[in-house]
Design a protein around this ligand. Structure first.
Ligand SMILES: Nc1ncnc2c1ncn2[C@@H]1O[C@H](COP(=O)(O)OP(=O)(O)OP(=O)(O)O)[C@@H](O)[C@H]1O
Ligand SMILES: [Mg+2]
Length: 267
């Protein structure tokens, strides 16, 4: 974590969602969603099943166009027509099923689609050096060999490789959808440490999580979706577990000291 609570800065947030609305037929997945994601901080997005978290991040990843509303990147409106558009801005999304290739090793996965060439062949030494350095910078120490196939890694190690791949592609915003959902205690700790390291290195993280222990351990800010509406946003210090649970389950809380918007909604 870099910043305690709200930062005082003239810089626009890295990402800003304004009035984002998205329906699937009769289902309103997102309704007038506003969210600011400040640079170099960890913003946690919480919400019950079906609240709209995945739809929100898929919209931000260029998979789905919103029906209305806009996305601003460093203060400028952007139109994300495809995941490539998001990738060009520096947005990397790590989905739970982790688009890694089991049959390839760690180095091959980290460079997939961006392999450096030398004299017409893959530049293996350069790839190995860069992969090793990126993992070391992220303090990933439990991997036995960077030449082992990804199929042989634990869930936490796979997350680490996916994050290292994002860092290697110079991601500015890393979005993680439930990164610890399938992990044991030690592996969860490893992924949470990784999130802290990323944010210490200036990478912005948007963490989708049901696990409130994880949320409170790493988040600078918390945003809660309820039935497609953003019901509360604020510094993590303005919430406690019960307040987040209240917002997640009922869309309101009587004991909240955060964003005015939530207070407005409750009136
Ligand atoms: N492709 C789709 N087609 C139709 N409806 C969809 C589609 N994707 C999501 N929805 C609907 O949008 C709403 C929000 O879904 P979303 O997947 O964003 O929830 P979530 O907050 O990610 O939930 P979970 O915690 O279970 O992953 C749900 O009512 C869901 O049924
Ligand atoms: Mg989801």
């Amino acid at each position: 974590m870099n910043v305690e609570g709200d930062s005082v800065s003239n810089e626009p947030p890295l990402v800003q969602l304004r009035g984002l609305t998205k329906s699937f037929g009769a289902v309103r997945a997102l309704t007038q969603v506003d969210l600011e994601v400040p640079a170099s901080q960890v913003t946690a997005l919480a919400g019950d099943n079906g609240a709209g978290k995945s739809v929100l991040i898929k919209t931000l990843s260029g998979l789905w166009a919103p029906d209305s509303g806009e996305i601003l990147w460093q203060g400028h409106p952007v139109h994300l027509h495809s995941p490539k558009d998001a990738e060009h801005l520096g947005i990397t999304t790590i989905y739970q099923d982790l688009a890694l290739c089991d049959n390839l090793d760690i180095v091959q996965n980290m460079f997939l689609g961006h392999e450096p060439l030398r004299l017409g062949a893959l530049d293996e030494p350069t790839m190995e050096i860069a992969a090793r350095k990126t993992l070391a910078d992220l303090k990933v120490t439990t991997v036995r060999s960077i030449r082992q196939p990804v199929a042989s890694l634990s869930g936490g190690q796979r997350q680490s490789v996916a994050v290292a791949k994002a860092v290697m592609s110079k991601a500015r915003l890393v979005i993680m959808d439930e990164p610890t959902a399938a992990l044991g205690v030690a592996q969860t700790g490893m992924v949470l440490d990784l999130i802290k390291t990323l944010s210490d290195q200036g990478v912005t993280v948007l963490l989708v999580s049901h696990n409130l222990n994880d949320v409170f351990e790493v988040a600078d800010r918390i945003a809660v979706l309820h039935l497609g509406r953003m019901v509360a946003v604020g510094p993590a210090s303005s919430f406690d577990t019960q307040v987040v649970v209240d917002f997640m389950t009922t869309g309101r809380s009587t004991r909240f000291s955060g964003d005015e918007r939530a207070a407005d909604l409750q009136n």
